[in-house]
Design a protein around this ligand. Structure first.
Ligand code: FAD
Ligand code: 2HG
Ligand code: ZN
Length: 492
């Protein structure tokens, strides 16, 4: 798609020719190259479509070439050639990113990491995993689960996203509350720089104070500084006992009271505290054909998960919390999962929201950090603005905007404000951009809590970073990528 704010193509970047394709053929096995007839290849352009379009179907590039190397050395050879020839490159993992970072803006070469998918080693004593960047998160979780461990992050896109993509975006997800950021869990990285240099920082150590911690720069760099080819990270013990409850709550104030009490009563076993509103619940029940486990509908829903080592201890603590919440009338109704299948269904009610909203219409997503007391206010303010512009009226599906809703990781002060419209168009976007970013800035929040900046928020970075900070970010970018070939037009 092309929006008013789409950056123009940098004329300094070389346009691919068949001679370039011949060069790539000399570096890579032929089955790892997808090239359209326009650049002398014979792949079906439709096959390239999946690499050009993002998960939201909001951003679309026009790449003529996809390279899927099988080794770090092949990644290095590709980048060295592209750097020498001023060919722009977009690193791509599972292509589940939500800010337009993983697809080309114009004709950049897509460098897919999907063939770099081997586990390199696992230490069952320390729980340290070393793997290729293209390993799928869920497959890694299955692997470590067989050894009694869990990945330190979990997210709805786990079946498709790569660990390299997770590191590149510094993904948060539903276990952030328990295991914290990848800045803590990642122990080492192997990164290929644009000039082909391989930075081998695949440390397996928890403690390593030997000067500047370079790997931290690549965590959250969104493919703009280097291509991550290997990751080592710490995997915690898999909890023996997991409990999940879904609660119905009548106001956002009571959601906060419930969170405070959950931390007080279940602090050491609390592993997730998520919330969503009635509009999200309506969409997810409809699209996943699920039944509301509660006796009636509520304005807000909360999912509490506990994870510990002693089932009876955890059962007792969670039951006491639920009783206290009901007695104090903080929560009006609740359901406690009785088995693994009920746990899975309750998680689908939360994790299935993005997909359900996507099936409802074109979804604008704002992933923001806002202090908890005012976190949900922005949802109402956006709805009012759209109403005033005549674009939205709750329950009226004939208007361009169908839903304005909020959900997220309330335990981490992270709101997902989603606006579902009949299509993506500047007329609608202009109502809430930059308004939403100004709103977030005025509450000292962050315009990107966990999804990154990508293309979507590049021009809005100033709402969360001062100009000296942006200046230093640009200097770091030109230090690693002086020719600017890596994921151009994104982040800074
Ligand atoms: P991609 O989408 O392919 O790429 C994302 C960015 O990373 C791009 O800028 C790309 O250039 C870069 N990149 C990818 N791989 C590499 C690499 N090896 N080296 C260098 N750069 C690279 N995000 C969260 O934080 N929390 C959530 O709870 C969450 N839930 C989601 C649920 C759904 C249903 C969906 C669709 C997305 C969700 N996301 C979430 C967003 C997304 O899944 C994450 O950002 C994820 O980490 C992206 O991984 P990926 O492999 O798909 O990367
Ligand atoms: C989630 O928490 C993801 O479900 C996606 O971060 C949020 O789609 C969104 O807005
Ligand atoms: Zn999220």
């Amino acid at each position: 798609q092309r929006f008013a704010h789409t950056p123009t193509r940098n004329a300094g970047f070389k346009q691919l020719t068949s001679a370039d394709i011949e060069q790539f053929k000399s570096m890579l096995p032929s089955e790892t190259i997808l090239a359209t007839p326009a650049v002398g290849g014979s792949s079906d352009p439709v096959e390239l479509e999946g690499f050009n379009a993002d998960w939201l179907n909001k951003y679309r590039g026009a790449s003529q070439l996809v390279l899927r190397p099988k080794s770090t050395q092949e990644v290095a050879d590709i980048l060295r050639y592209c750097n020498e020839n001023q060919i722009a490159v977009v690193p791509q993992g599972g292509n589940t990113g939500l800010v337009g970072g993983s697809v080309p803006v114009h004709d950049e070469v897509v460098l897919s990491l999907r063939n770099l998918n081997k586990i390199r080693g696992y230490d069952e004593v320390s729980g340290v995993l070393a793997c290729d960047a293209g390993c799928v998160l869920e497959e890694l979780d299955n692997y470590v689960a067989e050894r009694g461990h869990t990945m330190p992050l979990d997210l709805g896109a786990k079946g498709s996203c790569h660990i390299g993509g997770n590191v590149a975006t510094n993904a948060g997800g539903i276990r952030f509350l328990r295991y914290g950021s990848l800045h803590g869990s990642v122990l080492g990285l192997e990164v290929v720089l644009p000039d082909g240099t391989i930075l081998d920082n695949m440390s397996l150590l928890r403690k390593d104070n030997t000067g500047y911690d370079l790997k931290q720069l690549f965590i959250g760099s969104e493919g703009t500084l280097g291509v991550i080819t290997g990751v080592s990270l710490l995997t915690p013990r898999r909890p023996a006992a997991v409990n999940v409850a879904v609660l119905g709550v009548s106001s956002y104030e009571q959601v906060q009271v419930a969170f405070k009490l959950a931390r007080q009563r279940c602090g050491e076993i609390l592993s997730a505290f998520e919330f969503w509103d009635a509009s999200c619940m309506g969409a997810v029940l409809h699209h996943h054909a699920l039944r509301n486990p509660l006796s009636s509908e509520f304005p807000f829903y909360v999912l509490i998960e506990t994870s510990g080592s002693n089932k009876s201890h955890d059962d007792e603590k969670l039951s006491e919390l639920l009783e206290e919440l009901m007695e104090a009338e903080v929560v009006e109704d609740g359901a406690l999962a009785q088995d693994d299948s009920q746990i899975a269904k309750m998680w689908t009610m939360r994790e299935g929201i993005p997909e359900s909203l996507g099936k409802t219409g074109a979804t604008y997503k704002y992933d923001v950090s806002i202090p908890i007391p005012v976190l949900y206010d922005v949802v109402g303010d956006i709805a009012s603005r759209l109403e005033a512009a005549g674009l939205y009226k709750q329950g009226d599906t004939t208007r361009p905007v169908k839903l304005v809703c909020g959900y997220g990781h309330i335990g981490d002060s992270n709101l997902h404000l989603n606006i579902v419209a009949d299509k993506f168009q500047d007329k609608v976007t202009d109502i809430f951009e930059p308004f939403v970013y100004e709103w977030v800035q005025s509450h000292r929040g962050s315009i990107s809590a966990e999804h990154g900046i990508g293309l979507m928020k590049r021009d809005y970075l100033k709402y969360s970073k001062s100009s000296p900070m942006i200046d230093y970010m640009k200097r770091i970018k030109s230090l690693f990528d002086p020719k600017g070939i890596l994921n151009p037009y994104k982040v800074v």
